[in-house]
Design a protein around this ligand. Structure first.
Ligand SMILES: Cc1cc2nc3c(=O)[nH]c(=O)nc-3n(C[C@H](O)[C@H](O)[C@H](O)COP(=O)(O)OP(=O)(O)OC[C@H]3O[C@@H](n4cnc5c(N)ncnc54)[C@H](O)[C@@H]3O)c2cc1C
Length: 320
């Protein structure tokens, strides 16, 4: 069976969920071979093997952290040369897309970014994308070279499928031309303790209806009761009530959680563009005519300051 390279996104060996989703999708088109760059490959290999990685190609080098993405592209290209895969899959993060695009240029291949599904096809893998503010769904395949495909988080539910996951060292030579941009400092972002917005299974978002930064704790309390991430509409972000990193929509982040709860958000097309592929959508809005209600699975017509705290209390009481 053809091998499929899967680029591993991890934090010090702790594999992030989008990689497990990639392994699940990779199994539809071949045998997943994971590429782990950085420390703790043995630790990561256990999780990667549980999710179907037949092999884990591992390399660590100071250049991976000292420079921007180019040394990692050298490593992924070394894996590509070693394996001659049927496809290369990466997570659709900013870094994943840049690494994928650079690899595609180097190996003379086509690239598809932001896929939301993947299936085997007679002439190579077929990727589904949600385009033009999610008003169209397209299916495409790469027609030149080895397909390089980046896949959005939450596009598949990770499934266990134990495989060998044998760790093999990957020999990497970092080219001088890959050392053009050095990282000079790093400032860790203060952790909110909440899941990453684009990866969260549940997102609770607030809009202009929240009516002030001082009221966002109402949204955060519901999010925390559900173990969810917090999102915001652009109106709320532009008003300075919540950080831009939490904006959902065309000019913010795209999310595709199992559950999306929109409170005080009207449902403008630009907001929908970032959330309408969510599996279940719930809206709370005091205007029964708000366009968001055209989109929802469940709608509550009411004041969010009554509904959201009541919902939070109910969730907490059911959790005991
Ligand atoms: C190029 C471009 C890019 C854009 N990108 C984005 C983007 O990425 N993301 C984004 O979100 N927008 C984006 N926008 C803006 C978008 O068009 C809307 O202006 C924005 O989404 C509106 O945010 P909102 O729904 O919070 O506010 P509004 O449209 O003002 O809606 C507020 C809603 O809250 C309800 N409400 C008020 N008080 C309460 C209450 N107490 N309880 C319950 N409901 C209440 C109201 O009935 C109303 O429906 C973009 C626009 C442009 C032109």
């Amino acid at each position: 069976m053809a091998e499929v390279l899967v680029y591993v996104d991890h934090v010090d060996g702790a594999v992030r969920k989008p990689t497990l989703e990639l392994l699940t999708l990779a199994r539809r088109i071949g045998e997943p071979v994971a590429v782990h760059l950085g420390p703790n490959a043995e630790e990561a290999a256990k999780v990667l093997a549980e999710h179907g990685a037949v092999k884990v190609l591992a390399a660590d080098a100071p250049e991976f952290t000292e420079y921007l993405v180019a040394p990692k592209v050298d490593a992924l290209q070394a894996a590509y040369d070693a394996v001659s895969p049927a496809a290369v899959l990466l997570p659709s993060s900013a870094e994943g897309k840049e690494i994928g695009a650079r690899l595609a240029v180097r190996i003379g291949s086509g690239i598809i970014t932001d896929a939301v599904d993947l299936e085997a096809g007679d002439e190579g893998p077929v990727a589904t994308q949600s385009v033009f503010a999610a008003s169209y769904t397209t299916k495409s395949r790469v027609s030149k070279g080895t397909p390089v495909i980046t896949v959005k988080p939450n596009s598949a539910a990770p499934e266990a499928a134990p495989a060998a996951g044998t760790v093999e060292p990957l020999a990497v030579t970092v080219a001088d031309s890959s050392k053009g941009t050095k990282i000079v400092s790093r400032t860790p972002r203060e952790s909110t303790g909440r899941p990453e917005l684009t990866e969260a299974a549940i997102v609770v978002s607030g809009g202009r209806g929240v009516n002030g930064a001082e009221n966002f704790p109402v949204i955060e309390a519901l999010a925390d009761s559900l173990g969810a991430a917090v999102g915001a509409s652009r109106a709320a972000v532009d008003a300075g009530w919540y950080p831009h990193t939490n904006q959902v929509g065309q000019t913010g982040k795209s999310v595709s959680p199992q559950l999306y709860i929109a409170a005080g958000i009207s449902g403008a097309i630009q907001h929908r563009a970032g959330m309408q592929t969510s599996k279940t959508i719930v809206a709370i809005n005091k205007d029964a005519e708000a366009p968001i209600f055209d989109l929802v699975d469940y709608g509550v017509v009411g004041d969010l300051f009554d509904v959201v705290p009541a919902l939070t209390d109910e969730v907490k009481s059911r959790k005991g």
